[in-house]
Ligand binder design. Sequence first.
Ligand code: TPP
Ligand code: MG
Length: 362
Amino acid sequence: MSQPERNSIKIEEIVSREGKSNVLFLNYDNEAFMNTGIQESGGTPPFASTTTGPAGEKIPGKVGVKQDLVTPFGFYGSNSLFLATANPAYPNDFMGKVIEALKTNGSAFIQVYSDCMRGWRHASEDAVKISKLATDCGYWPLYTIRVKDGIPTFSYYRGLDIDKDKFVDYLRSMGRFRHLFKPKFMEEEIDKIIYYTEQRNEKLKGLIRAFGAEKPIDVYRVNRKTLEPQTHLLQGHGLCPGCGAGMVLNQLASAAQTVAGHNIVYVNNTSCTEVSTSKDNVTSWRVPWVHHLFESGATIAEAISTAYKIRKAKGQFDGEIPYVIHIGGDGSTYDIGFQFLKAALIRTSTMVEMNEYLKDQK
Ligand SMILES: Cc1ncc(C[n+]2csc(CCOP(=O)(O)OP(=O)(O)O)c2C)c(N)n1
Ligand SMILES: [Mg+2]
C-alpha cells in the first residue's frame, strides 16, 4: 500500500463525546481453555500443543486454523458498532480502543491478545517480550472496524506485514511449539503457520483497501500521566505471576475508569479471570461484578444494560445508566458462547433500527 495517512486520536476528545455504548464485549484470547487444563479451543493456533491435541510422533499439535472472530461482525449490517483487536504490549492502542468502544453508540467487541506463561510454557518474565513480538512479527495485527449505518470502515495500527525471522523467534520462544524445533527443525509445519497467517493478513489488507478509512492508520494519544491508577480490581487476586490476562484487566480497568468512574458493571464468563478474582467467595472487584456461564454471559450483560435503560425510561431509576463490560476467554467466546455473543451484538447494534427506544441511547 502507498504511504497511508495517520489519524491521531486524542483520548480527551473521545472522553468528551456524547455517545455511550450499550455493552463492551471483551475477549481476552489466551488461545486455549486454560483454567481447566490447557484444552484446545477455536482460538488455538495451528500446531500448538495442548492437552487435548498434544504434539506426538504422528500429529504435530492442533490440526486446523485459528478462526477469525472479529472481521465477520463487521458485515452484519449494524447501525453502529466498534470492533478491534488489541495487545497489552501496546497499551496506548489498547486503552484508546477501550475508551472509544465505551464512547461509541451501540455495542463494541474487542479481542485482546493475552499471554499465558503456564499454558504456552515459557518463563513468566518473558510475557511482555513475547506479547510484543506477536504483533511485531505479523501474528497479531492491530486493526479497527467502525461500523456506521451498516457500512464497515477498516483501519489499522500495525502488525499486518510478516517478518519471517521474528515469526520463527516467536514460535521458538514457547514450549507449546517446542516440537517444531526439537528433535528436528520442522520447516514444512513452520512454513504452514506463516502461510496461514500471511493469507489472513492479505485478506485484511484487501478489506482495508476496499473498506478503508481516508486515514487508515490510527494512533491513539493517551496521556498516561492523566490516567488515574485503576481502583476497580484490587491487587492480591490469584492470576499467575506475569499473566497476560492480569495486564489486560489492569489496562481495561484504567481505561474504563477514565470514562465511567465507578459507575460500571462487569460480567465475567467462567474462565481464569473469573476464578482468580473470586477465590473463596471473596471478590477482588470494588465495583459490581457478576460471574456468568459461557452460554449466558453476553445475554446477561446486555440484559443488565437494557434493564437500566427501560427502568430509566419508565421513571423507576433516575441515576446515570452504568457502563457494562462483558469479559470472556477464547473458549467461551470462539466456541461455547459464540452464538450468544453474536446474538447479543446483533440485538444491541442492529435492532436499533427497529427499536425507537434504543435508537436514541445516550
Ligand atoms: C458449558 C460448559 N462447559 C464446560 C465448562 C467447564 N469450564 C469452565 S472454565 C473452562 C475453560 C474456559 O476457557 P476460556 O474461556 O478460554 O478461559 P480461560 O480459562 O482460558 O481463561 C471450562 C471448559 C463450563 N463451565 N461450561
Ligand atoms: Mg482461554
